[in-house]
Design a binder for this molecule. Structure first.
Ligand code: FES
Ligand SMILES: [Fe+2]
Length: 380
């Protein structure tokens, strides 16, 4: 983010605080229950998300040549990420070309070769088949022509992006529509994974995204965690293509007028939340950031991971590790409040209790998120 933009955003927020007003859309918005329940709708969304690069991991999750990472991705698709012996990142379907066994169990590891646990076909880290036991049983097989099924993978701004389908690999920087500069600004590439926690939640993925797009709920839903630190319903957002940057202001905003403008720091005065379409978020805090990735598995199931990334070389002392751990715990505990609510909402929805959702004029990021999602999934 350019310095002028940082100052401009802070002035915009300070102006709202001074006038005790909020940025409002002309009209209220809303969404329909069926978009969180329907299998057809879910499949349409997954088909659409395949067409462009999605943030799936931070570069530090594949730290060395030979690192790999396996996970259940969109709709449960088994995804395997590797860093080959030349340092290049690849994304594959985690399925052996013999009879489909996953090559790696979900999680991360380090290897020079990946050997299938079923009959020991073996692949190098660039996905090339290297050896086949009892090869004489496959006279038509030329191993040099067999590779794992590969998806488009890119490393950009400190993250790994995967595009599942399409003949052309899209440019991640272009897809980010300007937010790539912010990834540079926060030096995302110079951070490493400190801690993570993940599990499957019984909620549609969109409820998880919605939790990051408004600050109306802070005072109530987060009364036991972050509420005392933030201003009530005082946030602003901007759009970048299908993505959002929200500035969620803290109570320290009111002290800004006592500080020389040249010393204003947005990271001290607000949390900046980047919502990368469709469902990965980066929460920027004063000295580190967290990534919340919500992977849609089914209309009512989402695999959510919370990861804290800290500057390289900042985990050396016990004191610093305790500092990061306290930050990770606090962020996770806050987010658990959101995820629990999302599960309860989904439960109500499935019982038919809820007929419509209303978005207030100051919750316009929700309205825009749903409008953008509709546009994206209706594109051919
Ligand atoms: S399925 Fe992998 S070697 Fe048979
Ligand atoms: Fe929340």
């Amino acid at each position: 983010m350019k310095r002028e933009k940082e100052i401009e955003l802070l002035k915009r927020c300070a102006g709202l605080l001074a006038e005790n007003s909020r940025e409002m859309a002309d009209e209220e918005g809303g969404s329909r229950p069926d978009i969180y329940l329907s299998q057809d709708r879910f499949e349409k969304e997954m088909k659409s998300f395949e067409r462009f690069p999605l943030m799936v991991a931070h570069s530090s999750q594949l730290p060395e040549n030979g690192s790999y990472l396996a996970l259940d991705w969109l709709g449960g698709f088994p995804l395997l990420l590797t860093r080959d012996m030349d340092g290049e990142v690849h994304a594959f379907a985690n399925a052996c070309q013999h009879r489909g066994s996953p090559l790696a169990q979900n999680g991360c590891g380090q290897a020079r070769r990946l050997m299938c646990p079923y009959h020991a076909w073996t692949y190098d880290m660039a996905g090339q088949l290297k050896s086949v036991p009892h090869k004489s049983g496959f006279p038509s097989l030329d191993p040099t022509k067999v590779k794992l099924s590969e998806l488009h993978a890119s490393e950009f701004g400190g993250f790994i992006w995967v595009q599942k389908s399409g003949d052309t690999k899209l440019d991640v920087g272009e897809h980010l529509a300007g937010l790539g500069d912010d990834l540079k600004w926060i030096n995302a590439a110079d951070h490493v994974l400190f801690a993570e926690e993940s599990r499957i939640w019984n909620s549609n993925w969109k409820f998880i995204v919605e939790g990051g797009l408004e600050s109306y709920h802070f005072k109530i839903a987060h009364r036991d965690t972050i509420a005392p630190l933030f201003n009530d319903t005082l946030s602003v957002f901007d759009e970048f293509g299908p993505h959002f940057r929200s500035v969620l202001t803290k109570t320290s905003l009111k002290q800004l007028q006592e500080i020389d403008e040249e010393n204003w720091q947005i990271r001290e005065t607000a949390n900046v939340l980047y919502s990368f379409y469709p469902s990965a978020s980066l929460l920027l805090q004063p000295d580190h950031f967290a990534v919340i990735d919500a992977i849609p598995l089914s209309p009512s199931q989402t695999h959510i991971s919370v990861r804290t990334f800290v500057p390289k070389g900042s985990m050396e002392t016990e004191k610093s590790r305790a500092h990061w751990q306290a930050n990770f715990d606090f962020t996770r505990d806050t987010l658990l409040e959101d995820f629990e609510l999302a599960v309860q909402i989904q439960k109500g929805l499935q019982s038919g209790a809820t007929k419509q959702f209303r978005f207030g004029r100051f919750e316009n990021a929700l309205t825009r998120f749903h409008q953008i999602n509709e546009q994206m999934i209706s594109k051919e």
